[in-house]
Every structure is written in C-alpha cells, then in structure tokens.
Design a protein around this ligand. Structure first.
Ligand SMILES: [Cu+2]
Length: 328
C-alpha cells in the first residue's frame, strides 16, 4: 500500500512538473515609418501648464516602430496597451516554447530583429558581422523574413527571480541608429511552473514594461544649446506625465519590467512614489538602470491614489522623464 501511494504521488509530481506543453508562438511584426508625439496632450500633465522650453518647442518627430498584425496578410493591426507607447509589441513565451516572428519591413530603410536572452542560430540572430558578414541579414523595404528563437531554461527566470522576466529585442543593421529610430521592444519569458492562460505568469495580476531612454532627436547641424531641446527624456516614448494607462487596482500584485537604453547619459534611477518594489528579496523604491540593462521587480499595490513614477537623476527630472501611475 505504501509503495502504491508512493508511485501514485510520484506520477502526480511528474504530471505537475510536465503540466506545461511547449508550443510555437507566432508573431506578425512589421517595421513602419511613423510620426511620434512625445507629448500628445500638448501639456505638462503634472501641473496642466505648457511643456517647458526647450523640450516643448517640438514634440513630434519621424520615427520607425515595430507594429504587430493579426496574420500574414499584414492588413489588420493588433491593438496594444496604451502604456506601451513607442515600444513594439510584447513578445511573450513560456520556457520551452519556440518563438516564430514573421517580420515584414514596410519602412524605407533596411532593418532586422535581434533578440536578447533567447536561443538562436546565426541565421536567426538578426545581425551580420565577421564570418556572417557577407550573408543577407538586412530585410529590405517590402521583404519578409521569418525568425525562429527558442525560450530555453536559460531564457527563463532563475532561482532568485519571479515567475516571469524581461528581455529586449531591437533592429541590428545600423544598430545605434535603428534603436534611436524607435525599433525596440520587450520579450517576456514565463517560467513553465508559472505558466497560466496565454503564457501569462500566475504569480502576478498585471505586468508593465517600462523603457527609460533619452531619444536623441538632434541633428549634426545643431549647436549644443539647440541639442538639449531635442533630447527627449522619455518613458516608453512619453515626457512630462504624458504616458497613459499605468493603472492598477488596490490589492493587485504588479510586475514592472524595466529596460534601460541609450548612451552614457542614460544612467537612470527609476523611482516610485506611494509604493515600494521588491527586487530579488530587497525592498526599495529606486532601482538602477544602465543602457540595455533589463530587470523585473514586483509591487503589491496597496496605497490608493495617483503617484509619480520618475527617473531620479536631477537633470532628467527637469527634462520631464516623469510618468504618473494610479492605484484605484
Ligand atoms: Cu534618468
């Protein structure tokens, strides 16, 4: 009898361990030339006044964005949450899954998609150099390329991480230019033990991705004084409280996935008012982000109200690297 119970419990354990069946997750993503407004309300949403000079003088720029479609016809756009802003669609997978991205370049330049954190072969790297340099990596205007990436155990959250974690993807043909143009997005990988409906993690109620990045919209012809007004100190492509949709309910557990990007001026210290976050077991309300760093922190939303979420670097505050979030 004892051995029967033991065998039964072993079989139950293996059923739990293997409960998630990996799948292929397909995404249809285009690169498109767009106009982007860093302050669509036209106002500084912290005080209702005009966006201060020099950043308020021009807030609309030519950008290139990754845009998701429903199928291979690339005719129907898939909606994305308003808070995601300038970022491309969230590419989501569970440990063990294969990510299939059908990339269509609808923009004028040559672009690609290069992922971080997932497994890829040379043909699926989205970058050309060295022995690969003569291969065709640039997807030209009108062309389509299929990328296959694998969410392995090493892509998934480690032992000290939560049920899901963040990676990033971006174009890597002229990588510096491509990133500044706006071709970047987030990849969220869920641990297989925490895989719920649609691959969402079961250990949190909501996830946000937050890109902290100074978009340099200056040109070579500008002098130093002119340049400052074209350094858009943005959170997901929004300045001075213009980021919409950062709303959660009291009692919800939130995972904030943070991505830094940019150059040596992009030393950021995102800070939440009203709540603290837990980062690998340590409570804090400020975290450090360097260019191309990624980290995921958790917040238990208990303190109702509208709160500031901003970079704490002083001249970044002056330049409007500030959003608002709300606990309802
Ligand atoms: Cu900053």
């Amino acid at each position: 009898m004892k051995s029967f119970i033991f065998i039964c419990s072993l079989s139950l354990m293996s059923q739990i361990a293997s409960a998630y069946q990996p799948i292929v997750r397909t995404y249809y993503i285009a690169a498109e030339d767009v106009m982007w407004d860093f302050a669509p309300t036209g106002k500084n949403m912290l005080n209702g006044e005009n966006i201060p000079s020099p950043w308020g003088e021009q807030t609309i720029y030519n950008k290139v964005r990754y845009i998701e479609y429903t199928d291979a016809s690339f005719s129907t756009k898939k909606p994305q949450p308003s808070w995601l802003g300038i970022m491309g669609p969230i590419i989501r997978a569970v440990e063990g899954d294969t990510i299939k991205v059908i990339f269509k370049n609808k923009a004028a330049g040559d672009y690609s998609i290069h992922p971080h954190g997932v497994f890829y072969t040379k043909d699926n790297e989205g970058a050309c150099y060295g022995f690969n340099a003569t291969k065709k990596c640039a997807v030209k205007t009108g062309e389509t390329k299929t990328y296959l990436w694998k969410a392995t155990e090493k892509s998934a959250p480690g032992i000290n991480e939560g049920g899901s974690k963040i990676w990033l993807y971006h174009s890597h043909i002229n990588s510096v230019n491509d990133i500044y143009k706006g071709l970047l997005g987030g990849i969220i990988i869920t641990a297989k033990e925490f895989a719920g409906k649609n691959g969402l993690p079961t250990d949190v109620d909501k996830e946000f991705i937050s890109l902290i990045f100074i978009f340099n919209e200056s040109t070579d012809e500008m002098n130093d004084e002119e340049v400052e007004g074209h350094l858009m100190h943005s959170m997901n492509g929004y300045i001075f409280g213009n980021q919409p949709g950062l709303v959660m309910k009291k009692g919800e557990k939130i995972r904030w996935h943070l991505i830094g990007m940019g150059t040596e001026v992009d030393i950021h210290t995102p800070h939440w008012h009203g709540e603290v976050v837990s980062h690998r077991g340590i409570y804090t309300d400020v975290v450090e982000l360097l260019p191309a760093s990624m980290l995921s922190v958790e917040m238990l939303a208990e303190n109702s109200g509208q709160w500031l979420y901003h970079c704490h670097v002083t001249d970044h505050i002056s330049a409007g690297m500030i959003s608002l979030y709300e606990i309802q």
